[in-house]
Design a protein around this ligand. Structure first.
Ligand code: HEM
Length: 122
């Protein structure tokens, strides 16, 4: 598989992961308890996370990082874990929606900074 295809899958996964969180947050914030609707966004988030993870490690392998991952890739894995943990935040603390949106925005900024600037790489 080409690097471009991996990147397409990576970005699609990230978009779906963030979209799923936003959907669950909006439903909870609006006090909509319909589980079918929440499930759709929960599945969108889960599928996106899986896609982002697989394509992320696919990209790392394509770039030749097979052992001893560099700092920026480890950082991306941590951002990915925090993104997954954010699911609990949107479910439980939807009354703090504005703060959660800022938090998710920060995750996107840190993630793209790590991937594009590759800090601490010689
Ligand atoms: C398990 C988690 C992840 C892994 C292993 C991973 C790994 C990678 C790798 C190896 C690249 C290729 C970099 C390059 O071509 O120079 C990449 C690209 C990228 N990743 Fe991830 N990533 C992960 C999660 C994330 C997350 C959570 C975000 C954002 C929130 C993110 C944002 C990006 C962006 C913006 C690029 C494009 C960089 C470019 O075009 O050069 N990644 N990722």
């Amino acid at each position: 598989m080409s690097i471009q295809l991996y990147k397409m899958l990576h970005f699609t996964g990230l978009v779906l992961a963030f979209m799923g969180l936003a959907g669950v947050l909006a439903l909870r914030w609006g006090k909509n308890e319909e589980t079918g609707k929440r499930l759709l966004f929960a599945l969108t988030h889960g599928l996106g996370m899986l896609l982002a993870l697989i394509s992320g490690f696919g990209l790392a392998a394509k770039l030749g990082y097979t052992s001893g991952l560099p700092f920026w890739v480890i950082g991306l894995v941590i951002v990915w874990i925090l993104l997954g943990a954010s699911f609990a935040l949107v479910k439980r603390f939807s009354n703090l929606a504005a703060l959660i949106i800022i938090w998710l925005g920060l995750l996107a900024i840190v993630g793209s900074w790590l991937a594009l600037m590759k800090p601490f790489q010689d």
